[in-house]
Structure formats: structure tokens, C-alpha cells
Design a protein around this ligand. Sequence first.
Ligand SMILES: [Zn+2]
Ligand SMILES: [Zn+2]
Ligand SMILES: [Zn+2]
Ligand SMILES: [Zn+2]
Ligand SMILES: [Zn+2]
Length: 292
Amino acid sequence: MPTSYHTESQSNCGDNKPSHRERAMNSHRLLFLLIAVLFAFPEALPADVVHLKSGVTIEGKVVDLGDQIKVEMKFGSRTIPKQKILRIETAKSTREEFQRKLKTLDPENIEQHLTLAEWCEPRSLKEEAKLCLERVLAENPDHDFARDKLGYKMGPHGRWRVKCKTCSGIGTIREPCDKCKNGKIDCYKCGGKGVLYHACTATGCNGGRVECPKCRGHRSRWTKRLHSGQSMVVYCPVCGGKGTVDCKQCKGGRVRVLCTNCKNGKIQCTACDGKGYTEKRCPTCGGSGIQP
Ligand SMILES: [Zn+2]
Ligand SMILES: [Zn+2]
Ligand SMILES: [Zn+2]
Ligand SMILES: [Zn+2]
Ligand SMILES: [Zn+2]
């Protein structure tokens, strides 16, 4: 959410204009603040702004559903009961509000126009923000921030040039790494399972079975003679006559241990250093970031 700095601009309202130096300093402070809030103008159409009584604001397209409204946002939608709403700024009213605000500005005041450009941002008033920034440039053609937002980049010999559209002036373009998924690959030690199996080292363990502790594997069964003269076979009560019991330390002769080489079977991709993308020089501008 945008940070507010209205006090900055209000101090410059009125007749007593600040000195050149003051204005430069102010614009630097504003520049710093604005970078945080005006990261990019979204391509979307002007949005409605819903102000809730709780103080929260939600931007999107408002659809009236009777006793509640639906706000269609960039990602998903939200239904809000009308009693929770303080007021709604519709896209149309926002545009009118912009025009009203614009009329009150000193045409030469850079800070006021930057403030209004910032106001436009969450409301997706792209053209209006552009207008404000162009006025800033009319006052100060070398205003770095306004230049940047309007798609310019400093070229050779200190001349402003249009930013490369392919790479947005960065000079490089990103491509998803074809060796991995989100910067992670399957661990080669455990095959992506996250666990390893070792052969059991318990004494006498053979495929997960150890010698019966009661009969020691010798007399696993014996014959008992009954009074009737008949005889019956009695099995060792511990091993049931098998002579061996399950090993307590393993399952089937294998011990399961967590793989220490990875986390849940994944390790960082070395091709992209775990970033998930690779960067290459922009083919359009050759890395200069300036539109040819
Ligand atoms: Zn592993
Ligand atoms: Zn036994
Ligand atoms: Zn074992
Ligand atoms: Zn990768
Ligand atoms: Zn480029």
C-alpha cells in the first residue's frame, strides 16, 4: 500500500514558493518515497476503490449483489456485506476527483504533481499519472524518477532515450531455467526421495530377521509326550517355531535414514544458482537498455 506523504507537498502549497535548493531536496526525498509506492503502473483499467469501515481499502471492479457487493480483483474476487462499507469510489468518480485535484495544483509545482501521480497509482489511472509526470518533466527535464516512470533511460552523452520495450530498459531478459523447476532439482543421492536406505548393521540381522532370543534358533520346536501316550509338537512361544524374529532396528534388512544432501529430496540447481531463471543479454537492444 502506498505510504502517505501529503504533508511534504502541502508545505509547498500557497504563494511562497520554495527556493530551488529546497525544491531539489524535497524532490529527492519524494523520489525515495515514491520508488516504494510507484513501483509500476499496472496496465489494468481504472479500478473502483472500496473503503471499508475497518479502514481497509480494496481495489477492483464492483458488482452490486443487493445487500452485498462483489469486488472482482486481479486475482480472484471478494464478497462484502454492504454494512461493512464506508464508501465506494467508482472509476468514474475517481476520474472526476482527479480532474478536481489537478485544477487546484500549481502548474509549476513538481512535488504536488508527484503526489497526484502517486494518488493515481492504486486507482490505475495510468493516463492521468502520465499527465502529472509529464508536467514534472516540463519543469525539470532531468527529473530522474519522472523520466524513469515515463519510460526513459539515460543514454550516452547524458541524453534521455526511450527505454527498450523488450527488456524494460534492464538490458537483460530472463528465461525460465530449463534444467530445473523453480530453482530446484532432484537430489542425486536419494533420487529425489529425501530418504536413503542402508543395510542393517545389527548383529546377526539377515534380511530383517535375527535369531530368536528364547530358543536361540536351536530348539525352535520340540515334541512333548502326553499322558495318553500320544505326542504333540510344541513351538517356541517367542518365534512361533521359526527360530528367528523381526529385527528391531530395520525393516527387511534396510534402515531408512533422512538424506543429508537435500531437503525433501530437492537440491539447488547449479545452472541457475537456484533462481529458477537464467538471464541473457537483451537481443533487441544488445544490453544497452535503450530502444534501437
Ligand atoms: Zn537427497
Ligand atoms: Zn524361538
Ligand atoms: Zn536388521
Ligand atoms: Zn535452474
Ligand atoms: Zn533491451
